[in-house]
Design a protein around this ligand. Sequence first.
Ligand code: NA7
Length: 535
Amino acid sequence: PANTSPATLDAVVIGAGFAGLYALHRLREMGLNVHGFEAGTGVAGTWYWNRYPGARTDSASDVYQYWFSDELLKDWNWSERFPAQEETERYLNFVADRLNLRPMISFSQRVTAAKWDAASNVWVVTTDKGESVRCRYLLSCLGPLTEPKVPPFKGHENFKGQFIHTSRWPKGGMDLRGKRVGVIGTGATGVQVIQTIASQVGELFVFQRTPTYAIAMRNPKLTDADRAATRARHKETGEAVKHSLAGFAFNMQTTPWADTTKEQRRKIFEDLYADGSLIMWGGNFGEVLVDPVANEELSEFMREKMRSRLTKPGAADKLIPKYGFGTRRPPLDIGYLEAFNRENVHIVDLLESPIERVTETGIKTGNAEYPLDVIILATGFDAATGAITAIDIRGRDGVAIKDLWDRDITTAMGLQKHGFPNFFTSAAPLAPAAAFCNLPTCLQQQVEWITDCIGYVEKNGKDKVVEATQAFEDNWVKHHDEVTNATLIAKVDSWWTGANIAGKPRRVLSYVHVGNYRQACEDVARKGYEGFEIR
Ligand code: NA7
């Protein structure tokens, strides 16, 4: 019956976003008895939770979708190149309805624990509603940016106004008109909030620690002709994303940096910049991600672009980053920098004087006090691991995944963890889906690999149990470190390296190169899931 979860299942899927919906669909198609749990009241994952003002994807809509169904493709019309939260949420609801996935999902139920019962080869999954189900396969479809990071600012519980993390924005919205608003954080989320509310609020105080690069987004409304052209290119686009650096329909420059002159490169930078998309990052020269000299040339180009948009005296000194472009996630923006030219927008430089505490009436830094009605935390997430470790997941011998990851963050291709049989992860560390990917591309690839693997185990396993070997995992970690530590990203603090969370072991969380990763996954599968022990 609808919305009740049976006592014993073939599989449980945690999360009903891009990955979870597809996993439910695939496993049901395979004839398995599968059920989903979702903490929210509706589907859409990231696009359910992140309804703060200005939330939208930095991935173009022609690659921000499912690839497996011509029907879905035919019947959905994106209105913009970069759709807003509301539209993407609507798209995922459309998919859930078309595929009739809703009856398979228990909403408003947060999975709190999962324990491997080795005697019967099942996972025992419990939720915050006290429900307990047994299943043979457990899939984490929790997304990489799910567990909010709320810094422990002293005194915040005494604040008399509203104090809210961007990923917990109320469904009905919030009236910010005329208010004194503080935004802490200037990552991709902060950029979108700030540029959107600047003209609505009374006074806006932006509490900035690290400045961010901003690429001016080009976001035209789409016409029927645009959509027809996208559909005509669909197969080709689908192939391109598979072999790309970062899951987009573009790839890095093929001409080596050294074979170009500075003038030629400048022309290429201008062309990439004019596209107004992440092609500036993922379609640039590969050298800029590994060579500091190449990176500095591109960084200077970007700084110049930013400088030309800032008119308020002193703003450029504070807002233009010194670190290398692309070593932290460069957001796309729509008038972010111009917002700082407004009279009512003030930049508070936390590098000069950090936040001391939150008072009853606002924020106190080392050298000033800012009275506020609303404090918005755009402070990010405990990425890739946080949502998984928030669940008490215990594998063989009662070992908790949190205890392992508190010491060292390792996985087998981000798909499994040794010691956790029949537990599969998407968007986990050491795969591109942890960060360096247009997420729908990577999540679908991972869900396809996982469900194919389950199909293989169902056919070939005696006990139908699969677990990555320690040796395979160790090899992958070594390879991952070799590839990612060669990049400039590894040297910079950001959520990409886990540096945003106190005490989190440092490692580049995401594998670099979607195409190479896919190839490696396919090789493993072709060799009968080599490196994965099937019992
Ligand atoms: P990010 O990119 O992690 O940005 C968080 C921002 O919050 C960043 O500017 C941080 O400064 C700032 N921050 C975090 N903690 C503090 C404290 N304690 N004090 C002051 N400032 C702080 O998260 P987003 O949500 O913007 O973006 C996440 C991803 O979502 C994004 O990369 C896209 O892939 C989509 P810091 O850099 O730590 O100095």
